[in-house]
Design a protein around this ligand. Structure first.
Ligand code: GLU
Length: 372
């Protein structure tokens, strides 16, 4: 696909912003960066894009407030700095985004939120709801309560997990270099920027750690993040946060940063649904729904459901079968078996009055449905 078409099709985007973008080495926070960012995000939102921001900088902001000259070495000191700093970090965003009449929302996650299916789905629903409400999620790791065992540890990897969580079309990692280089550009004059990476394994050797004392990762964690996102079909762009004007150029398809293509085709998710997941139950649908799912690429709505078999929970894989019981599709279901049974034959607009709540209009959204 042409680079331009590719970026023009990207609608849901996670932008990760590193500490080195937000503050200099003396930890002076660059308030004009926040202002510019708010302007850019507002412009992208007007182009119908959905933006989520994964932001670092809590520990750095806390160090400033607490007068900690060096990076805290103990976990408790880091956690204390993050607790103090997170408030100030949010204040910087809030002040800047206010100017653009944009609402922001603080979302603090830990690794556990990605591991348990229930918490995964819960975080997902919240983030999707925020996007629907046009509030910009500002996501960081919940450093204050993240002990070693549940720590993601760096926001590059955290942002990749978030991209998967919300099915993003693109992950952008903003850092202090304008892409991945064949060698460390700080020390090697012959280092060249790599514009496009087809096979991430071929560039893993180019990763080096950061020299910036305020930052956590380096290219290594960025490539890890790209690899993780890529294994779910999500491409990653690594570029500098120093020039936010570039964001518009990126979406015009200009050659900026390093674009890392996913290892799997974009429809890999569907492949995964069909080949990796074990169905936990079966939903039999009427002839009209068979037609709509097979021929018109529609989602499965409550009205089309005729019968429910098995015991499944929201998010579980289930088979979808026609009236004669032969499965023809598999998908991730939005409601549990008991709820789907109660909703069968009903209208989506009645879901709330039947269940007392509504998470989705669809029993299985098209994005989570694959034909067998
Ligand atoms: N969560 C950390 C903070 O906000 C940053 C981790 C990272 O820089 O990757 O300070």
């Amino acid at each position: 696909m042409e680079r331009r078409t590719f970026f023009q099709n990207a609608k849901r985007i996670v932008i990760k912003i590193g500490t080195s973008v937000l503050a200099d080495e003396q930890l002076n926070f660059n308030l004009s960066f926040f202002k510019q960012l708010a302007k850019k995000v507002s412009a992208l939102q007007q182009q119908e894009m959905e933006i989520l921001i994964a932001t670092s900088g809590a520990i750095a902001a806390g160090r400033v407030e607490l007068g900690m000259k060096t990076r805290p070495s103990t976990l408790a000191a880091k956690q204390a700095a993050a607790a103090v700093g997170q408030i100030h970090l949010m204040r910087y965003y809030r002040t800047a985004f206010d100017q653009e009449q944009l609402e922001v929302a603080q979302v603090l996650l830990t690794h556990g939120d990605f591991q348990s299916r229930r918490r995964f789905l819960n975080a997902r629903q919240t983030l999707l709801k925020l996007l629907q409400l046009k509030a910009i999620p500002l996501i960081n790791e919940n450093d204050t309560i993240s002990v070693e065992e549940i720590l993601v540890g760096d926001n590059d990897n955290l942002s990749a997990l978030v991209s998967v969580l919300v099915d993003a079309d693109l992950l952008i990692l903003l850092c202090d270099v304008d892409g991945l280089y064949t060698a460390n550009p700080d020390v090697d004059a012959n280092a060249e920027r790599i514009a496009l990476v087809d096979d991430i394994k071929s560039v893993m050797g180019f990763a080096h750690d950061t020299n910036n004392p305020g930052s956590t990762g380096g290219m290594r964690t960025k490539l890890e993040a790209a690899q993780h996102a890529g294994s779910y079909g999500i491409p990653t762009l690594i570029t500098t946060g120093q020039d936010l004007g570039q964001l518009s150029q990126i979406f015009r398809g200009e050659d900026i940063g390093t674009l890392i293509l996913p290892q799997q085709k974009l429809r890999s998710r569907k492949h995964w649904i069909v080949h990796t997941l074990k169905p936990m139950g079966k939903i039999l649908v009427d002839a009209g729904a068979v037609e709509a799912l097979k021929k018109s690429g529609k989602s499965l709505l409550p009205a089309g459901v005729a019968k429910v078999e098995g015991n499944f929970n929201p998010g579980d894989p289930v088979d979808v079968a026609g009236p004669e019981g032969q499965p023809f599709a598999r998908g991730l279901v939005s409601y549990g078996a008991v709820e789907v049974d109660r909703l069968k034959g009903q209208r989506s607009s009645d879901i709330e009055s039947i269940l007392g709540y509504k998470t989705q209009d669809e029993i299985i959204h098209r994005d989570h449905l694959a034909l067998l």
